[in-house]
Design a protein around this ligand. Sequence first.
Ligand SMILES: [Zn+2]
Length: 360
Amino acid sequence: MNIPTEPIGSLPRSKKLQEAMEGFAQGQVTAETLDEFFDEAVSETIEKFESTGSAIITDGEQTKPSFATYPLAGLTNLAPDGVVIPFEDGHERQLPRLTGGPFKYGEFAGSYLPRAKRFAEKPLKQAVISASAMSLLYPADELDEYTRESFIADLVDQAVEDIKSCFENGAETVQIDFTEGRLSLKLDPSKALLRQFVDLNNQVLSHFSSEEKSRIGVHTCPGGDQDSTHSADVDYTDLIPTLMELDVGKFYFQMASEAHPDRALTQIAENLKPGQRAFIGVINVIDEVVETAETVRERVLNAAKFIPVEQLGTTDDCGFSPFSDDIATSREIAFAKIKARVDGTRLAEDVLDFGRTANA
Ligand SMILES: [Zn+2]
């Protein structure tokens, strides 16, 4: 039996790459030189990724400024004072605020794939930011010459293009990052905001065929930046049923760091539709301790008590560095954790296969 295992996406950037990006931002490094640094970072990341045995890989988001802000590259209709996301350890991340329309992405996620494909032998997965996260750019007070309604129409169009760009550039799987799902329950316990987010993302998904949707997934987590979270204190079971109304073929659930995984796993099993697969997080990305393959195996076997093995997959709880300047975890630890996920998932397959043979 095969239990598919997939990464979420990002890996820490090397110090050398970070300095080059910083130098470019300050005008000390040319675009041509930065491009050489990008090639080196992506090629080295993919080589290490493939050596973990992972059947599907990413470019580690080495050249993405952050999982959420890449579409904003070069846009001039933004001000820096948008929505603030507070993390548990006291640090914050702030989104920009839209100052006028029309809203067009400055960069599509598919643009990262050609570079990755030059170095990769294995199939590539590409993450995109959700339309719901981008909807937070629109200010609380309606803009004079660009209504919220016009903004949403433009946003849906651009989010569809973003996913299409990934398929057109050869992505095997496209993952929608939906970290604001759990966060929305903190901002609005009535779930109205979550409802709005899910409906908006489903509007985007309605533009894809069933075959395409089977290759689209959604990632949920309580945030993972500088080894801290923004919404781990929100009860997971308040999120899962509404989240799973998203019309996708795959879900990627943070689970290894969850205090009560069994309650969440029960709910996932109840809401999983035929043909869908639940990838369960078996690697805690905010814990510096590298899991052993045996620890991973036990986490997979526990998930298999709830979720039919035919619909089970494994993943990391989150990306290792969703923001390019996050170096809380070293690259060595990140790759060791990925290898533990791959090896531990294989060990669990062996146990489950043996169980089937013994029962036959
Ligand atoms: Zn995440």
